[in-house]
Write a protein that binds this ligand. Structure first.
Ligand code: MAN
Length: 354
């Protein structure tokens, strides 16, 4: 697979983003959803900010309560907590993955005329606005339906769990809240860009903690708010690049061969790669083909090293004829981009079927 990475990579790093909160530092500008609006490429960046701690032994945890930002101080040598994963704070002896996140994320827009040089908005576009978002909002995806309506779904995190929420915008300045669309824990929702047989479809990635499964499911809806008829779509593999988890990446792309879904897979050791999936045009609950080998894996230094290394994670792209420009988060830190040929992806999927 030919992957033309942009020479400017990484395109956006935390150094390019001014902190929104006083006394905080930006540690991530990554995992952006993508939209094309009025001749501009918009990146809906996940900006992660962390309170600066003057005392190295104290870690400050940002939390929202009734819309107010509070900082919880925890001593690094407190034996009740495990700080080994930089993204989270784990409570020793607990079955839960985490008790707190180490940063607060929100969504901020970067805008570009040429798709290469971006200007970042001064303030957030989506900042946590309800109690389901007390730990932050992450990893937006944007589906354009019709000429004017852009639906943005994102992960809302709080002490109640990880859920997905939906808003609608027509101008990328204001939005209409459409509520929470999937129960906890669920993330990586990808809404298809058109109705199929009069129903909307969405991919999702629920977590079954009892069976330790992190697979892709597919659901249907009549109004984008109430989702049902859930079906299992894709397993993790036994011992391959996607044996730890799989989850949708880009809004599915209509091609003559089927719906092309560029998704992520990670190993149990958290190496995140991107792969391709082909779904039936008329019935996307049917998988026609799946990448055996990843399309793309962490190779460049900015993909291998960062806040959380060995991660390429795309949440959006722009299709122009056969060219797919993929905007992808690298190492939970920055944004990069590359170009791929859609027909090449499709022929690789076909050749792997034989
Ligand atoms: C995982 C990681 C983090 C994220 C939490 C909550 O631990 O993806 O980056 O903040 O889940 O979604």
């Amino acid at each position: 697979m030919k992957i033309n990475r942009f020479v400017e990579n990484p395109l956006i790093t935390p150094d390019d983003v001014k902190p929104y909160h006083q006394g905080f530092e930006v540690i991530g500008a990554f995992n952006a959803g993508v939209a094309f609006y009025k001749g501009e490429t918009l990146l809906l960046l996940r900006v992660a900010e962390r309170p600066i701690s003057e005392t190295p032994n104290i870690i400050k945890v940002p939390l929202l309560k009734n819309g107010e930002l509070t900082l919880l101080e925890i001593e690094r040598d407190d034996p009740r907590y495990d700080f080994s994963d930089p993204r989270i704070i784990h409570e020793v002896g607990s079955e839960a993955d985490f008790i707190y996140l180490t940063s607060l994320s929100y969504i901020r827009i970067a805008r570009s005329r040429d798709g290469h040089r971006f200007t970042i908005d001064e303030s957030p576009f989506l900042y946590p606005f309800n109690e389901f978002q007390n730990f932050g909002i992450e990893d937006a995806r944007c589906t354009q339906i019709g000429d004017e309506n852009y639906y943005i779904n994102f992960t809302s995190v709080s002490e109640m769990g990880i859920i997905e929420s939906l808003v609608k915008t027509t101008d990328f300045e204001s939005f209409e809240d459409m509520g929470n669309i999937f129960l906890p824990d669920n993330k990586d929702i990808l809404i298809f860009p058109e109705k199929i047989n009069n129903r909307y479809y969405a991919l999702s990635r629920p977590v079954s903690s009892s069976l330790d499964r992190k697979d892709i499911w597919i659901s249907k809806s009549s109004d984008l708010k109430a989702w049902g008829e859930h079906r299992h779509l894709l397993n993790t593999s036994k011992d391959d690049w996607d044996n730890g988890r799989v989850g949708g990446g880009l809004v599915p792309i209509r091609t003559e061969k089927g719906w092309l879904e560029i998704y992520h897979g990670a190993t149990k050791n958290n190496v995140y790669c991107m792969g391709a999936l082909l779904l039936d045009l008329d019935d996307p609950t049917k998988v026609l083909a799946k990448s055996k080998a990843p399309l793309m894996m962490p190779e460049m230094p900015y993909e291998k090293e960062g806040f959380f290394g060995e991660v390429v994670f795309a949440c959006g792209g722009i299709v122009n004829g056969d060219k797919l420009t993929l905007y992808y988060g690298v190492a939970d830190r920055s944004m990069a981009a590359c170009e791929l040929s859609i027909s090449e992806i499709l022929s690789q999927l076909e050749s792997e079927l034989e």
